[in-house]
Design a protein around this ligand. Sequence first.
Ligand code: GLA
Length: 385
Amino acid sequence: MSNPNMGFLPPLGWNSWNTFTWDINEELIRQVADVFVEQGYKDAGYEYIVIDDCWSLRERDEQGRLVPDPAKFPSGMKALADYIHSKGLKFGMYSCAGTHTCAGYPGSFEHEFQDAKQFAEWEVDYLKYDYCFKPRSMEGELLYRRMGLALKNCGRDILFSACNWGQDEVHGWIRSAGAHMYRSTGDIQDNWESIKRLAISQLDKAAYTGNYCHNDMDMLVVGMHGGSNNDFIGTVGGCTDVQYKTHFSLWSMMGSPLMIGCDIRKANDTIKDILQNKDILAINQDREARGVYVLHPEPHWFHGQECYMLVKVLADGDLAIGFFNLSDSKRELPLMFWDLGLSIGSGKKLSLYDCWEHKDLGVFTERFAPTVDAHDCLVVRGKLV
Ligand code: GLA
C-alpha cells in the first residue's frame, strides 16, 4: 500500500548541496535533524533531510552495489536513516540517470532496479535523480521512466525528485514518468541575479505544477549569506534579507518544493522567521496545489517582466496575491480586481491580510495599489467579503 500523502503537496526539507557540496558526513546530517526538531522546522512542516552528491565511493563494489564512503558515513546509511526516522523525519538520497553523478561518482545508469532496491533497504524515503553523463543518444524521458518504475516497485514509498534542469521540455512528460517533483531550472546561485533569472524563467510554466508532480525551481539559498564552499554557488556576499524574503515568497507562491540550502545550525532569527513564516507556508502547502496565474501591472511597457503579480486560487476560496518588484527602483503595482474575476457588478470586495507583517490591511474595492521597494514583495491573502 503506498502512502497517498507522499508527494501530494510540495515537499519541504533541507538538502546538503548548496552550502556543503562535497564536504558532508553523518554528524552534520544528524545535527540538521536535531535542529529540525529543536528549532521549529519540523513543526513548521519541514520533513525531508536529503544528502546530495558526493556520498559514495568512486567505484561500486564487486556485486555492483553503491558503497557509502566510510570516511564520511562510518555508521552506514541504514543507521542514519534510523536516526532521522527516530525524530519523525524522512531521509533523502541522491543519484543520477547517467553513468556518473555530476561530481563524478557512480550514477544509476543500467543499475536502476538494483539501486532502487538498495535505497529501499537503507530505508530511504526520497531520491533526487540528476542528469549528468547520460548517453547523448538516449532520451532522458526513458531514463526517468526507468527509475520511476524501479522506485514504484522497490517495496518502499520513495518520493521521486527528478533533476534535469528544465531540459528537453521536461514539463511536458515528467508527470507521466512518475516523478513527484521536477527541477525546471539550472543550478541556483546565492545572488540576486540568479534568483531573479530563475523566477522569471518559470513565469510561462506556472501552470505546470500540481498535486503529485511539483515544479521544483531549485533549492533555496535563503540564509546562506555567501556561505557555500563552492565558488559557483557563491562564496562571498550572498543576498540581503529582503532579497531572501522575496526569493522565499516567489518559490512558495509558485508551488515549488522548499528545500532549505543554508547551514540551519547557524541561521539567525530573521532567517528562521523567513523559513518558518506560517502564512507563506500555508500558501505553498494549500491542498489543491494550483499553479499561479501572472498579472502584469500597467503600464506594461514600463514594468516589463521585472514587476508582476502572482495569483493563486486557494482551496477555501481565498486568493493568495504576491506583488513582486524585481526591478532596481521603487514601484507602484496596481492590481485591478476585475483581473481576478471579481466583477464590479458582483458587489464583492476584498479583505486583505499581509502575510509578512501578519496583520489585516483593510477592505478594498475595485483596486489595490501598493508601493513596493526594489527587490521586495508584498504577499497578501485576500478574502471575498
Ligand atoms: C547538479 C544539480 C545540483 C546538484 C549537483 C551535484 O548540478 O543540479 O542540484 O545536485 O548536480 O553534483
